[in-house]
Design a protein around this ligand. Structure first.
Ligand code: SF4
Length: 481
């Protein structure tokens, strides 16, 4: 079947779930590559991948481009679900013969409710959906496809679960799909060089952080990896396909979860002369950091989450504050840039623990930070805790402009106080002489960097102003309606 993989049009600047863990319109324009869709697209002959938000395509343009396809797979997420269903309905109306399926963590956890949302939806491919979609595209009867939920005689039927993929090397490269269907220049991440390219070398994370979406829904807790040889071969191809790319990002949940493998890959990348970066926990020993740095590592994206040990224990982070501090000192000494991510509003949060996190971040003095609101997505332990304890306060995770809103509140801490903490955190961190000096130095050195930082600065201020102005928990808009 001619298959269209669609990251649907949504809120302006919305970074959806096909490549982004926390789906929202961000502080500055950011798009991750839709790798979750590119992977099955690489397995199905004559497929096509459309990333509407990154390519700034309207619903009308998507409807035009969908003509001639027999199957359409839409990646959806909790915050964008209602909007994505409207896109599916518009597609079905424009192309009545089109079969439409949904994929993503939200529908993997809630297949029955998701299919119930609209008759325009034909199926949900749950869990890891690559081979499920291949079988659908090959025309296999729905009743024989593991991992599929679909309508049958007026009700929803759920086939047995599909096993997680073990042989990751058997999956074809996503780089060819990126080259065929995507425009690298349309993908921005503020702390990565532009243009960048991101992909996965494995799926799953052994850690058990209670808020973390993918390992608890689609990726599992075993880090299933491609061999170092196959990763290095793919990166060699990526370098050839995308000579303009300045940085390659390994977006595995935790690329450093298998340190000896990561070191072997690093050495291969060093031979290729590639600048690379990856997600990391704040506990990588110095000897490995040194190997990575000597072989092209530029930046680590580190989820510190909180500067309070009790909060880290509450969310099962499995990292000690003192180890995180030592790790950060080592990175600084070795010249590894760190983008640190923090979350406000996790269980146990108080006004004092929010201050702890701000002090901690300033003390670490990482290069850049991101501060998010705790997001209790269905399928996570945090969601179950929030429901059981009645912390869950609103029915939408994004506001009517696509930005994240605070859906958690505690008897001693309101959602408004948590939201205000985000602005205070950013201000405390960035209004210090060191980050300002670092930014100015980068802008003076590089005119391209200067233009980009000025644009991002404007977007960031607008974002903070918007977050302050808009009402809490206002309804999710139907951008596609
Ligand atoms: S270490 Fe990172 S990717 Fe792994 S479960 Fe925790 S937050 Fe998620």
């Amino acid at each position: 079947m001619r298959t269209l993989f669609l990251n649907p049009p949504s809120y302006s600047g919305f970074d959806g779930g096909a490549g982004s863990r926390y789906q929202a319109r961000r502080e500055i324009k950011s798009f991750w590559y839709p790798t979750w869709l590119a992977q099955p697209a690489a397995m199905i002959e004559n497929s096509k991948l459309i990333d509407a938000p990154a390519d700034d395509l309207s619903l009308e343009e998507v409807l035009q481009r969908a003509k001639g396809f027999e199957l359409c797979v839409i990646h959806t997420s909790t915050p964008s679900f209602d909007n994505d269903v409207k896109v599916a309905e518009a597609l079905k109306k424009a192309c009545p013969g089109l079969r439409i399926g949904l994929v993503g963590a939200h529908v993997a956890v809630l297949p029955e409710e998701s299919l119930g949302a609209s008759p325009a939806l034909d199926f949900v491919a749950r869990e890891e959906f690559d081979y499920t979609l291949l079988e659908v595209a090959q025309g296999r009867p729905y009743s024989e496809i593991s991992g599929l939920s679909f309508r049958e005689n007026g009700s929803v039927r759920h086939n047995p679960d599909r096993r997680l993929i073990e042989d990751m090397d058997a999956l074809p490269s996503v780089v060819d799909i990126y080259k065929r269907d995507l425009t690298a220049e349309n993908y921005y991440i503020g702390y990565l060089k532009h243009p960048y390219l991101s992909l996965y070398t494995g799926r799953g994370c052994p850690a058990r952080c209670t808020f973390c979406l993918w390992p608890q829904t689609v990726g599992g807790h075993v880090y299933r990896t491609r061999s170092p040889q196959s990763v290095v071969a793919e990166m060699s191809k990526a370098k050839e396909h995308f000579p303009q790319v300045k940085e390659f990002f390994f977006d595995d949940d935790t690329f450093t979860a298998d340190l000896s493998r990561a070191a072997e890959i690093a050495k291969g990348l060093g031979r290729l002369g590639i600048t690379w970066s990856c997600n990391s926990r704040a506990n990588v020993p110095r000897e490995y950091l040194k190997i990575f740095k000597e072989n092209g590592l530029r930046l680590l994206l580190v989820g510190y989450e909180s500067g309070n040990q009790q909060i880290l224990n509450n969310i099962k982070k499995g990292v000690r504050i003192d180890i995180a501090q030592e790790f950060t000192r080592n990175c600084r000494k070795l010249g590894i840039v760190i983008h640190g991510t923090f979350i406000l509003g996790l269980p146990g949060e108080t006004k004092e623990t929010m201050e702890d996190s701000m002090r901690f971040a300033c003390g670490l003095d990482v290069d850049t930070i991101q501060v998010s609101l705790a997001a209790p997505y269905p399928g996570t332990e945090l969601y179950r805790q929030a429901m059981a304890n009645k912390w869950y306060d609103a029915d939408a995770l994004v506001r009517n402009d696509g930005t994240q809103s605070c859906t958690l509140q505690y008897p001693h801490l309101s959602s408004a106080e948590i939201t205000a903490g985000v602005k205070r955190f950013y201000t405390k961190f960035y209004a210090r002489p060191k980050p300002i000096a670092r930014m100015l130095a980068g802008m003076i050195k590089d005119p391209l960097e200067r233009r980009r930082r000025l644009r991002e600065g404007r977007e960031f201020l607008d974002y903070l102003r918007g977050r302050t102005r808009a009402p809490e928990g206002s309804e999710t808009a139907a951008a596609a309606s």
